[in-house]
Design a protein around this ligand. Structure first.
Ligand SMILES: [Zn+2]
Length: 175
């Protein structure tokens, strides 16, 4: 119940920012969520979010991008970011290495969004423990750092290992 209420408050918050929220339940869709580059909406793929807390954290992640765009990009499409996404997509399609400089743009975009997570957490009166937000932040940024450094995202096994490690770290500090 608490999680459902958090989700519904986050949805209201997104709407208040002037974006739409759509939920998709397609197994074919690989992304767990998406924020649209023109800042018109957020998509959450329920199939790729295992639990309600995952959905909550995913929403906060995407809302971070929305706020970053609102307050730092004047609600306009960031051409540098658009180019970087196109470049990385194309490289992947052609099975070529992407340029590190372009991956850096993506990393900075992700870090830019995370700067808003804490205010979203407070403004929407989230009830889950704060350390889960900090954990998710470190985990998400880590994935993009690995991508920036190596050109590919960490594999399932690495991700699990990192998640375990971080859970241990944050749990220990918060009991
Ligand atoms: Zn993101």
């Amino acid at each position: 119940m608490v999680r459902d209420e958090e989700i519904s408050r986050l949805i209201s918050y997104v709407k208040g920012l002037g974006l739409t929220v759509t939920f998709c339940t397609s197994k074919e869709e690989d992304d767990s969520a998406a924020w649209y580059l023109d800042n018109t909406g957020i998509m959450i793929n329920k199939q790729r979010n295992k639990s309600k807390i995952d959905t909550v954290l995913t929403l906060i992640h995407e809302i971070g991008h929305a706020k970053h765009n609102l307050w730092e990009k004047n609600r306009e499409i960031d051409p540098t970011l658009e180019n970087a996404i196109d470049h990385v997509d194309k490289a992947e399609e052609l099975e070529q290495d992407s340029k590190k400089k372009q991956r850096k743009v993506l990393l900075n975009h992700e870090i830019g969004g995370t700067k808003y997570w804490n205010e979203i957490y407070h403004e929407t009166n989230m009830k889950f423990p704060m350390w889960k937000l900090d954990l998710a932040k470190e985990y998400d940024v880590w994935q993009y750092e690995v991508f920036y450094e190596t050109g590919s995202y960490p594999k399932y096994k690495e991700r699990r290992k990192k998640h375990k490690e971080l859970t241990k770290k944050y749990r220990k500090a918060n009991v």
